[in-house]
Design a protein around this ligand. Structure first.
Ligand code: 5RP
Length: 225
């Protein structure tokens, strides 16, 4: 039986057309989309140029039989499809649970349409207190953490991985801070202000680009835009 993630991923397939450049997000919901897209592209003999947002998604896409390329190899991205960790009622997102949000943001903001696929567990009344991943240059990490704690009512900690001692290193060779803001306020302002801190590569707040949201519920997929 399909779960919410699969149901949302399946509904997102309807946005794909033959010949498109498609941005592939990262995480378990995006992985479902990649799997289903591979099957549909094969059945319909579609030619797609898929831009993965992580090494993980690149490997999944190749396994699913999709052709992948780098962002600079496609003239335009018609669509990007990705998951999220938290969604507020105004469709502001927090992403980066998998540490891929810097590339995810570039791809989502570059695409003509950005479709976000989630199950019900991601819906929240507000983003207050939800940890916001912030990718930082290693050189600047501790400095950025101090600046976040000084300028906001927040706590910022380096993300540590499993299987290796030390901080998580992203696909871009950077570190991640998980910053918990007691009150997020205006998510667009927070996104902009974090981006202005020298040393920040990208935050996991996605507020400047409104997605088409697909929520996979128990019995249906619901769309909000
Ligand atoms: C990865 C992400 C993912 O989209 C987010 O963590 C959601 O993951 P999942 O679909 O596994 O719940 O932002 O950086």
């Amino acid at each position: 039986m399909a779960d919410g993630k699969t149901r949302a991923a399946k509904a997102a397939l309807e946005f794909v057309k033959d010949g498109m450049g498609v941005g592939l997000g990262s995480g378990s919901t995006a992985a479902e989309f990649i799997r289903l897209l591979g099957a549909r592209a094969k059945a319909r003999k579609w030619k797609l140029a898929c831009v993965p947002t992580s090494e993980d998604s690149r490997v999944l896409a190749l396994k699913a039989g999709l052709s992948t390329c780098a962002l600079d190899e496609v003239k335009s991205l018609g669509l990007a499809v990705d998951g999220a960790d938290a969604v507020d009622p105004n469709l502001n997102l927090v992403k980066g649970g998998g540490g891929c949000h810097a590339r995810e943001k570039v791809v989502a903001y570059a695409a003509k349409k950005f479709v976000c696929i989630v199950d019900e567990s991601k819906l929240r009344k507000s983003l207050d207190g939800f940890p916001v991943p912030v990718e930082v240059l290693p050189f600047a990490g501790a400095h950025v953490a101090r600046a976040i704690e000084r300028d906001w009512d927040a706590k910022a900690e380096f993300r540590r991985g499993g299987g290796k001692l030390g901080p998580v290193v992203t696909d871009n060779g950077n570190y991640i801070l998980d910053a918990t803001f007691r009150r997020v306020g205006d998510p667009r302002e927070l996104e902009r202000d974090l981006q202005c801190l020298p040393g920040v590569v990208a935050s996991g707040i996605f507020a400047a680009r409104r997605p088409i949201l697909i929520i996979g519920r128990k019995d249906k997929a619901e769309m909000r835009a």
